[in-house]
Design a protein around this ligand. Structure first.
Ligand code: SF4
Length: 280
């Protein structure tokens, strides 16, 4: 009925009021299947022709019938059945849909946030978390492929437990399945691992390629803390002209690290009891 309530709900600006049809219309090419429009409005079940007639009549008498701003009065937005390759859009854009490859919702990766359990990043290594499309821009897989291909010039390894890696046909070349290259998603994360000395060059490569793309790229660098709590990547980044900001620190509260810490403490402090009460 062209009330326009759904237009501001869409993070991609894919919903518009068609000036000819006078109906809300979804630009299917720009839609990333995030389902925000499906879940973001409460619905009423008014009969569309009747509402349109009332609105047309109202115009004659210069009064407007508009629903509450958070309501779709005619339950006009209905999900469509998604098939390959479009289903990839939803997997990367709808935060409540788990990825098939990793079983994780959202962007489909725990990144290094659970490194004490996964051990993805070891001593002397750095993990680069290269995020495309956020906030509010979106990205297509061909743009991601530009970066993944360029990164293969360096000695980096793509994280196996990552949904973008799972969609690669040749990780050695950074090639992504050609069937999905034009699919647009809200955001996606590429993860690579390298020795810490390689990080400045990898950042340069991402920046060089990123300048040619119309999406937005954010890069995080994850390393293990040194025993004194400092970060070994700090001076490497500063030496190459990057500002250093410590974003997040994983305190290592997961079980495996605790077990390791407990063992280490027991080794250092004879007589300390472990968690089960046993004596070292
Ligand atoms: S599914 Fe998401 S991107 Fe597509 S029209 Fe709805 S809100 Fe916009």
């Amino acid at each position: 009925m062209a009330c326009g309530n759904c237009v501001p709900v869409c993070p991609m600006g894919a919903i518009y009021i068609d000036p000819v049809k006078h109906r809300a219309t979804v630009n299917e090419d720009e839609c990333v299947e995030c389902y925000t429009c499906v879940r973001g409005l409460s619905v009423e079940h008014l009969y569309p022709p009747l509402v349109r007639a009332i609105r047309s009549l109202g115009k004659v008498f210069r009064f407007r019938f508009d629903p509450e701003p958070d309501v779709c009065p005619t339950e006009a937005i209905t999900p469509q059945e998604l098939t390959w390759p479009r289903v990839v859009r939803r997997a990367f854009s709808d935060p409540i849909v788990p990825h098939e490859s990793t079983g994780i919702m959202g962007r489909g990766t725990e990144e290094v946030k659970t490194n004490e359990l996964t051990g993805r990043i070891g001593p002397g290594e750095a993990g680069l978390t290269i995020e495309f499309g956020r906030p509010g821009i979106g990205t297509r897989f061909w743009e991601i492929q530009e970066v993944t291909r360029a990164l293969t010039q360096l000695e980096v390894a793509f994280e196996k437990d990552n949904p973008v890696t799972a969609l690669m046909t040749d990780p050695g070349k950074g090639d992504i399945n050609p069937e999905i290259l034009n699919e647009k998603v809200l955001s996606a994360i590429v993860e690579v691992k390298a020795v810490q000395e390689m990080v400045p060059r990898a950042l340069e490569v991402v920046e060089e390629v990123g300048r040619r793309l119309s999406t937005v790229i954010s890069v995080g660098v994850g390393v293990r803390c040194e025993p004194d709590g400092s970060s070994s990547i700090e001076h490497i980044l500063r030496d190459h002209g990057y500002e250093f900001h410590r974003g997040k620190t994983n305190l290592g509260l997961g079980r495996r690290m605790q077990a390791a810490a407990s063992t280490a403490m027991q080794a250092e402090v004879p007589g300390v009891r472990d968690a089960s009460g046993g004596r070292q």
